[in-house]
Each structure stands twice: as structure tokens, then as C-alpha cells.
Design a protein around this ligand. Structure first.
Ligand SMILES: *[C@@H]1O[C@H](CO)[C@@H](O)[C@H](O)[C@H]1NC(C)=O
Ligand SMILES: *[C@@H]1O[C@H](CO)[C@@H](O)[C@H](O)[C@H]1NC(C)=O
Ligand SMILES: *[C@@H]1O[C@H](CO)[C@@H](O)[C@H](O)[C@H]1NC(C)=O
Ligand SMILES: *[C@@H]1O[C@H](CO)[C@@H](O)[C@H](O)[C@H]1NC(C)=O
Ligand SMILES: *[C@@H]1O[C@H](CO)[C@@H](O)[C@H](O)[C@H]1NC(C)=O
Ligand SMILES: *[C@@H]1O[C@H](CO)[C@@H](O)[C@H](O)[C@H]1NC(C)=O
Ligand SMILES: *[C@@H]1O[C@H](CO)[C@@H](O)[C@H](O)[C@H]1NC(C)=O
Ligand SMILES: *[C@@H]1O[C@H](CO)[C@@H](O)[C@H](O)[C@H]1NC(C)=O
Ligand SMILES: *[C@@H]1O[C@H](CO)[C@@H](O)[C@H](O)[C@H]1NC(C)=O
Ligand SMILES: *[C@@H]1O[C@H](CO)[C@@H](O)[C@H](O)[C@H]1NC(C)=O
Ligand SMILES: *[C@@H]1O[C@H](CO)[C@@H](O)[C@H](O)[C@H]1NC(C)=O
Ligand SMILES: *[C@@H]1O[C@H](CO)[C@@H](O)[C@H](O)[C@H]1NC(C)=O
Length: 547
């Protein structure tokens, strides 16, 4: 092919990318950059990135500035990394980001969370905590990872099945270990990027290298703003983008041994139960003449039966090689050897490499009808409004005021523990939450009539409405419901046709131990006679008749 033409084409392509990146408004794609703990309204950071302060996306936690300034590392904005948000209370605290997800149903997003402890609390004690996204576990951070003076980051690539909400939660895993976060970034990817991984599985980042580059490559060179760490010496190449769109900059250079007899070798360590997935990018760096040939195989774990290749890097273009399912041997290490083929006259080379693990199947999330009904409660009661993220997942990190079924894919809400929260007003219709076993609303200021739907939940066993301001009469759905332990004492304007109706705690024997604490004894200690006894006898008579 005509080199001149090829170069021209490349140049055109490159300027086309630049045009897309710089001139098309960012609103065309999702490009959210959140500077956690910042008090500046908008920060115009390095690489033309505009950072939002984070209080639009989260209402809990405290903002801090680091004591030890972050290191000045290429690719990182030290202003962004010098503030953080920490979460001393609650099991989990979540950022909630609504994004424009109408373009593609299975559009993938890259989420990056960055952490710089910087001794913000003067305790010289970086914490251990968990990071989660949309109801899934993302990564556990231990104190040896969140060291005092290093920036750490992690990424996940996944697609939203439905909805347009991305949420990222920080969960407490150890007492006195306060989770924190310094920056959160969301980038949408092109729909064909990483699409060889099924859309219901996440890709967890391990590493990404641009060989031969002399500095970290990110946005705007990479339109997805992936971080390509620079490695090794510099050799020029001519090449262009492919499926996963590695940036031009990283493909123009390669790592190659000067001495052909010297081996090119990639190795790593991993949990043998979790296979590692590699994307390797190859592009020829020199114009070869008719006697020259560069050709090599990739030999996995030193085994003759796991060979990928031959790889012949194309000149002026790039080749992406995907190597799935590499697993470590007993010593936890794995390797990829670059072995020249017999007819090769030139040593192997590599331009860029990224590697991931593929995570467990993404959870569907808490039952959507339950989530919607919780939203109605949140709408009516301001005290509940700062709860974000999935109410139940990942298990056991539920919202503090709910309990959930043990299903880890799409659990149901089984308990509302909303006692003593100062809720004022009218209960919304949350009848969609029909897996509820316990509703505890005692000691609030709920008004008006007790809604009829409260007696219609088929699994409900505990309904505690004591010490509120309900009025009217107890609906028949409740007074006729014999499996219910119902308590409505302490509602001065509520009429109870017989006193036993408003306090059925001792009406029937407890059918189950349950996971709830049951109903606290009402202060005035009224007790009623056993009410359900006749019904039980009736049932026995009925079955006797059948025999
Ligand atoms: C960070 O490093 C860059 C290049 O190494 C330099 O230009 C810049 O002034 C440094 N910034 C600070 C705050 O030291
Ligand atoms: C940490 O120590 C520095 C210097 O002693 C002080 O200025 C700062 O207020 C302290 N910060 C906290 C959170 O205690
Ligand atoms: C990095 O490489 C580019 C071209 O590859 C060159 O123009 C630039 O001067 C280099 N920078 C440094 C600091 O070496
Ligand atoms: C392509 O390679 C040739 C020869 O190595 C070089 O002269 C030219 O500058 C390169 N073009 C680009 C766009 O890097
Ligand atoms: C091809 O290139 C190599 C290295 O530059 C050179 O030694 C060789 O003579 C060339 N062969 C031909 C046929 O041009
Ligand atoms: C990786 O391994 C798993 C389980 O052994 C298998 O189901 C899957 O198809 C493999 N993926 C590829 C791309 O080979
Ligand atoms: C791990 O074991 C393999 C063979 O089982 C060996 O080739 C490799 O060198 C070992 N790696 C380390 C780091 O010991
Ligand atoms: C009732 O709730 C309030 C908070 O709204 C709390 O301060 C009080 O201690 C609670 N009373 C009882 C008896 O639990
Ligand atoms: C609570 O919900 C009910 C029913 O949806 C509605 O009528 C009422 O106005 C709401 N109250 C408040 C305080 O939002
Ligand atoms: C009930 O309403 C009365 C008057 O509106 C108010 O004084 C009282 O504090 C309320 N009680 C509760 C438990 O909300
Ligand atoms: C109870 O009802 C009476 C009469 O309707 C009213 O005056 C009083 O404020 C109500 N008390 C509460 C606590 O709502
Ligand atoms: C109830 O609790 C008792 C003691 O804690 C336990 O032995 C029993 O198995 C529990 N029963 C059920 C049905 O969970």
C-alpha cells in the first residue's frame, strides 16, 4: 500500500478524533468528573477537565482537606486529590449520579474511583473499607492499599441493564475505619468497546500500560480517558485505532528487546480462582523490507498447548489480541512469553496492554416495585431522603432502616424499621412492598386515618403504629387479620372498637422468632384476652369434618 496515502489517512483520522474530543460538547457523551469534598463550585482542572463539587450527588459524610500534599504525578490533578469526603456514620454511603442513558441500552460505562489519604485526619492510619457500584461489590481496600502518601485508583467497566442511575457506595467493614473517597469519574464508552464480554458481567481493571510512551496517556488522547501508564523505551510507530480504541499515542511506540535473543516476557500474580483477561495491542514500528519478518507466538504459562499466534504486527495499523481465562498456577503466578517463530528475523514487540478480571454476573438489584415504594416514603419524609444506592445489595449492606430477603440477585424488602425517626405527616401508599414481614413505625408523628393497605400484606406479622397521631378507626383489614401482631397504643384520637384490637401482642402465639426485635411493651401495659383462639378451634373442626 502507498505509504504516503496511509500516513495521510492516519493524520485525517487523528484530527477527526481530536475534533470529536475537543469541539463536540461533552453532553453528547457521559463525562462526569466529581471532585469529592471540594468546596469550589467548578474546578477547571488539568487536561481541560471540569470537575464538579460532590454535594450534588451525596448528602452524607464530611468534607476534608489533606494534611500531606499529594505527589505531583503526570496524569493526576493534585488540586482534585487534595480534598476528600469521609463517612464516619452508616453501614454504607452512596453517591447517586443520574446519567443520560438513552443512547444505547447496553452502553458501557467506565467508573474510576480514586483515593488519596494524605493523613487528612492526623491519625496516620489509612482505613480499610469496601467499594460498591449499583448493588455489586467492586473492591475491598485495606490499609496497606490506602497508604498515606500514594494515590490509588480502581476502575470497573459495566453496562446498566435499565434505568439511568449510577451509584457508588463506600461501606464500613471494620469499626473505627472511616471510608473516604477523593475523586469519582464516569466515562461512557463506545457501544462496541469491550463487547466480547457479555453485558451482564463487569470488567474489573488490573493494569494498563502504554509501552515506549514517555508520560501517562489519558484524556484527550484517549477519548475514554483510560489511564495508560508509561513503560519502557521509546520507538516510533504508525498505527490507528481498533475495536477497543487504544489511543494513537500508545500505539505509535512499542517495547522491543534490542537483542533478539533476549526474551520479552509478561508475568503477573493473581488469585488462581479468578481468571485474568488480557487485551494486547500490536503495531509494527518500522517499515520492513522483503527480507525482514516479525512474527511471534504468545505462550501462556509456559505450556505448549496454550499458544496464541502467530502475531504479525501490521504496519500503519494495529492488531488487538485478546487472551481470555489466564489462570495462575499454585505459586499464584502466571506468564505470557513472546516466542519468535522460526521464520522471524526480528524480535517480538508490544505496544500496549490492558488486563482485567471478569467479575460475577451483575445483580439485578432490589425488586423494582419495592424500590419505587421506598421512593414514595422518601418523597413524603425528608428524614429518609439522603439514602441512595441499592437498598439491599450487595448483601449485607442494606440501608439502615430496611431488612431484605436473602436473595442476592433481586431481593425483596422484608422489614421497615422506621421507629423514632420524627416522621411527620401522611403515610404514602407503599402497598407494592408485598413481601413485608415487619412494619415498625412507632414513635413518630404520623397523622390521619390508618391506611387500609397496611392490613393486606400477606406475609406481614408485625405492624407497630404505637405512639403516633393516627385518627379515625382501625380498618377492618387490620382488625380482621389474625396473623398480625398489631399495636396502635398511644394514638389519642384513634378509636379502637374493643381495646384488644389496638394491642394484639398477646393475641396469638408468636409464629416465628423472626429477625426483628418484636414490639416493645407499650408503656400503659394494657393486655387483652386471647383473641384468635376460636378461629383455631374452627379450623380443627373443619378438618375433622373433612375426615
Ligand atoms: C508538577 O510537575 C510538572 C512537570 O513535572 C511541573 O510542570 C509542575 O509545575 C509541577 N506542579 C507542582 C504543583 O509542583
Ligand atoms: C492536623 O494537624 C495540622 C497541623 O498540626 C493542623 O493544622 C490541622 O488542623 C489538623 N487537622 C485535623 C483534622 O486535626
Ligand atoms: C515525549 O515524546 C514526545 C514524542 O513521542 C516528544 O515530542 C516529547 O518531547 C517527549 N517528552 C519528553 C519529556 O521526553
Ligand atoms: C510514520 O513513520 C515514518 C517512518 O518511520 C515517519 O517518518 C513518520 O513521521 C511517521 N508518521 C507518523 C504520523 O507518526
Ligand atoms: C532489509 O533491511 C535490513 C535492515 O535494515 C538490511 O540489512 C537488508 O539488507 C535489507 N534487505 C533488502 C533486500 O533490502
Ligand atoms: C472462560 O472460562 C469460563 C469457565 O471456564 C468459560 O465459561 C468461558 O467461556 C471462558 N471464556 C472464554 C472467552 O474462553
Ligand atoms: C511458578 O510456577 C511455574 C511453573 O509451575 C514456573 O514456571 C514459574 O517460574 C513460577 N513462578 C514463580 C514466580 O516462582
Ligand atoms: C421517640 O423518638 C424520638 C426521636 O424522634 C427519640 O428522641 C425518643 O427517645 C423516642 N422515644 C422512645 C420512647 O423511644
Ligand atoms: C404523602 O403521601 C400521600 C399519599 O400519596 C399524599 O396525599 C400526601 O400529601 C403526602 N404527604 C406529604 C407530607 O408529602
Ligand atoms: C399529636 O398532635 C398533637 C397536636 O397536633 C401534638 O401536640 C403532639 O405532639 C402530637 N403527638 C405525636 C406523638 O406526634
Ligand atoms: C384529637 O381530636 C380533637 C377533636 O377533633 C382535636 O381537638 C385534637 O387536636 C386531636 N388531637 C390530636 C392529638 O390530634
Ligand atoms: C427460635 O429461637 C430459639 C432460641 O433462640 C431457637 O432454638 C429456635 O430454633 C427458633 N425457632 C425458629 C422457628 O427460628
Amino acid at each position: 500500500m502507498n505509504t504516503q496515502l496511509l500516513n495521510l489517512l492516519l493524520l485525517l483520522l487523528f484530527s477527526h478524533f481530536s475534533f470529536l474530543l475537543v469541539l463536540v460538547p461533552v453532553s453528547a457523551k457521559v463525562f462526569v468528573s466529581i471532585d469529592c469534598g471540594s468546596t469550589a463550585s467548578k474546578l477547571h482542572g488539568e487536561r481541560s477537565i471540569i470537575w464538579d463539587r460532590d454535594d450534588r450527588y451525596i448528602q452524607t459524610g464530611d468534607t476534608h482537606t489533606v494534611v500531606v500534599a499529594p505527589p505531583n504525578i503526570s496524569g493526576w490533578d493534585s488540586v482534585v486529590m487534595s480534598t476528600l469526603r469521609a463517612f464516619p456514620t452508616r453501614k454504607k454511603n452512596c453517591y447517586s449520579i443520574d446519567i443520560d442513558n438513552k443512547a444505547h441500552d447496553n452502553e458501557r460505562f467506565l467508573l474510576r474511583a480514586s483515593f488519596y489519604y494524605g493523613n487528612y485526619d492526623n491519625k496516620s492510619s489509612p482505613p480499610t473499607f469496601n467499594l460498591q457500584f449499583n448493588g455489586n461489590n467492586w473492591r475491598q481496600f485495606t490499609r496497606d492499599i490506602t497508604t498515606t502518601n500514594e494515590i490509588v485508583y480502581t476502575e470497573v467497566v459495566y453496562s446498566l441493564h435499565d434505568g439511568n442511575n449510577i451509584n457508588v457506595c463506600l461501606a464500613q467493614t471494620k469499626p473505627d475505619n472511616i471510608p473516604f473517597i477523593s475523586a469519582l469519574e464516569i466515562r461512557s464508552l463506545d457501544s462496541d468497546a469491550y463487547n466480547y464480554v457479555p453485558s451482564d458481567f463487569p470488567l474489573f481493571f488490573i493494569g494498563r500500560f502504554g509501552y515506549g510512551t514517555n508520560t501517562t496517556t489519558r484524556y484527550p488522547e484517549d477519548s475514554f480517558d483510560r489511564i495508560w501508564t508509561s513503560i519502557g523505551p521509546n520507538l516510533n510507530s504508525n498505527s490507528t485505532g481498533i475495536a477497543d480504541k487504544p489511543p494513537e499515542v500508545v500505539l505509535r511506540t512499542a517495547l522491543m528487546r534490542a537483542d533478539p535473543s533476549e526474551q520479552l516476557f509478561e508475568y503477573g500474580f493473581s488469585d488462581p480462582r479468578i481468571p485474568v483477561h488480557y487485551n494486547a495491542y500490536f503495531s509494527e514500528v518500522i517499515r520492513l523490507n522483503s527480507t525482514q519478518k516479525r512474527s511471534f507466538n504468545l505462550r501462556i504459562n509456559n505450556k505448549l498447548d496454550s499458544i496464541v499466534g502467530p502475531v504479525i504486527p501490521p504496519y500503519g495499523r494495529a492488531l488487538e489480541v485478546q487472551i481470555f481465562n489466564i489462570t495462575s498456577s499454585a505459586n499464584l503466578s502466571y506468564s505470557i512469553e513472546f516466542v519468535p517463530t522460526d521464520d522471524s528475523t526480528l524480535p517480538p514487540l508490544i505496544n500496549a496492554l490492558e488486563w482485567y478480571t471478569i467479575g460475577d454476573k451483575l445483580a439485578k438489584g432490589t425488586n423494582p416495585f419495592d424500590v419505587e415504594a421506598l421512593g414514595l416514603l422518601q418523597k413524603n419524609f425528608t428524614q429518609l431522603q439522603d439514602w441512595n444506592g441499592d437498598p439491599c445489595l450487595p448483601s449485607p449492606y442494606t440501608w439502615d432502616w430496611v431488612a431484605c430477603s436473602s436473595d442476592t440477585d433481586s431481593p425483596r424488602i422484608t422489614a421497615l424499621n422506621l421507629n423514632g425517626l420524627g416522621l411527620v405527616g401522611i403515610l404514602p401508599d407503599f402497598s407494592a412492598m408485598d413481601a413485608l414481614v415487619t412494619i415498625d413505625l412507632h414513635n413518630n408523628s404520623l397523622v390521619q386515618e390508618i391506611p387500609d393497605f397496611l392490613g393486606t400484606f400477606s406475609k406481614l406479622i408485625v405492624l407497630n403504629l404505637a405512639d403516633n397521631n393516627f385518627s379515625g378507626t382501625v380498618p377492618s383489614s387490620i382488625s380482621n387479620n389474625n396473623q398480625l401482631k398489631f399495636n396502635a397504643l398511644g394514638n389519642p384520637n384513634l378509636s379502637c372498637p374493643t381495646s384488644s384490637i389496638c394491642d394484639t401482642e398477646s393475641r396469638i402465639p408468636s409464629p416465628t422468632n423472626g429477625s426483628t426485635d418484636g414490639i416493645p411493651s407499650p408503656s400503659n401495659g394494657r393486655r387483652s384476652k386471647t383473641y384468635a383462639q376460636p378461629l383455631i378451634i374452627l379450623m380443627i373442626v373443619f378438618s375433622g369434618l373433612l375426615l
